[in-house]
Ligand binder design. Structure first.
Ligand code: TTP
Ligand code: MG
Length: 409
């Protein structure tokens, strides 16, 4: 049946991710002998002044926390390992994390060096579920950086942030649509982002201890106490908040990759998978009205060595046919090693806004291809990417589910 008119509504789902004990965890990755030990970043043990930047969860057991004077931390945890920290490294890891997050959706807002909000509304279908999106992010960050993080998902930024804070460390909390207020109700008001000590003290004085107390308090007396802020406080307490993620910058590349459940040695199969991933990349590229100049193949072998092979075209393109030829040549290079493959992916970089108009193709034959591609794109936009499958990817089965699909932009 052909549907000429259809409508659908999509619930907005916001994912918040925050790295666990970020600076301290990076130090533990850099020096694995520190794993499982109380690591305090902020200064050397002999420093008299200064405050704690962060403490590993092992050190937090002794009461050490961010912003505590180092002298006090040393009293609480004299056997701790005190480090000055390496800020260049933290930024480097932050960028790696951001790159991974951009594989899930282009709608990523880095809120600080170790946290981000993602609008995952449009990615859930590809991953199968919200839980899969969270698992993908946690697993990929762990695989690429060895760093733990916590993820919260809800319908707005505020609730997702509370959820991730509450799931720490190495956790995941999903607050279902409609249950935001009930989820927040038992927390102390101080757990609401933005409710600082002064506001909390004022709230406590009028008998408001929990978020639930605040949500149910009558508005008029609250207005007398807090003025205009009363409305935003009660909104927050009811789990109503912004779901708008602010984008940092435009996409620099588009890629798709997948990790196999078992290492693969069959290059015929790998070629089909690459064809499938490439078609998805190119579809997304055209969807955004872009063309690319460089094609990159990424192969992670069974022994965890990762290699990238790339080729830059004389002219930018958005045509599958052109990129297919390049990717085949790159696959030959990737195959030179006889190792089995753990992960494979393909991407395009050096993106420019569409240079070519349908009617002015220089190369004979391209116009036909472009028209055919356009029709396929239109059908896929309407009925989903897998509604049409090319012969090259047919033996992958209907509706490929990538074990770790990656949608990077
Ligand atoms: P946070 O995310 O607040 O803390 P965290 O990642 O160390 O621990 P967790 O999220 O698991 O509770 O901050 C991120 C980094 O920012 C942190 O590792 C160090 C730095 N930071 C400071 O330098 N000073 C501070 O007061 C805080 C709160 C953080
Ligand atoms: Mg953190």
């Amino acid at each position: 049946m052909l549907y000429t008119e259809y409508s659908f509504s999509m619930d907005i789902r916001i994912l918040h991710i925050d790295m666990d004990a970020f600076f301290a965890s990076v130090e533990q990755v850099k020096n694995p002998s520190l794993k499982g030990k109380p690591v305090i970043v902020g200064g050397k043990k002999e420093d008299r002044r200064g405050v704690v930047s962060t403490a590993s969860y092992e050190a937090r057991k002794f009461g050490v926390h961010s912003a505590m004077p180092l002298a006090q931390a040393k009293k609480l945890c004299p056997h701790g390992i005190y480090l000055r920290g390496s800020h260049g490294e933290y930024s480097r890891y932050s960028k790696i994390i951001q790159r991974i997050l951009l594989q899930v959706t282009p709608l990523v807002q880095m809120a600080s060096i170790d946290e981000a909000y993602l609008d995952i509304s449009g990615s859930i279908r590809l991953f199968g579920s919200e839980d899969n999106v969270a698992a993908y992010i946690k697993n990929t960050i762990m695989e690429e950086t060895q760093l733990p993080c916590t993820v919260g998902i809800s319908s707005c930024k505020l609730v997702s942030k509370v959820a991730s804070a509450n799931g720490k460390p190495d956790g995941y909390v999903n607050v279902a649509e409609g249950s935001e207020a009930a989820y927040l109700a038992p927390f102390l008001v101080g757990e609401l982002p933005g409710a600082g000590p002064k506001i909390c003290e004022k709230l406590n004085r009028i008998g408001i201890l929990t978020v639930g107390d605040l949500a149910g308090y009558s508005q008029e007396p609250l207005k007398r106490q807090f003025g205009a802020m009363a409305v935003s406080l009660q909104k927050a307490a009811n789990g109503i908040g912004s779901s708008k993620v602010t984008l940092e910058r435009e996409a620099k590349s588009i890629s798709r990759e997948t990790t196999f459940p078992k290492d693969v040695g069959d290059w015929g199969y790998l070629e089909q998978m690459i064809s499938y991933l490439r078609e998805r990349v190119m579809h997304s590229l055209r969807h955004d009205g872009l063309e690319a100049k460089t094609v990159v193949l990424k192969v992670r072998y069974g022994d965890f060595t990762t290699k990238t092979f790339s080729k830059t075209l004389p002219e930018s393109t958005s045509l599958d046919r052109v990129v297919e030829e390049v990717s085949k040549a790159l696959m030959k290079k990737g195959q030179e090693s006889s190792k089995r493959v753990r992960l494979i992916g393909i991407g395009v970089t050096q993106l420019v806004h569409n240079q070519h108009q349908l009617s002015i193709f220089d190369e004979a034959g391209n116009e036909k291809w472009e028209r055919a591609t356009q029709s396929i794109d239109e059908l896929r936009e309407r009925f989903g990417f897998d509604a049409i499958r090319s012969a090259k990817t047919s033996t992958l089965g209907k509706g490929v589910t990538l074990s770790t699909p990656s949608l990077s932009k």
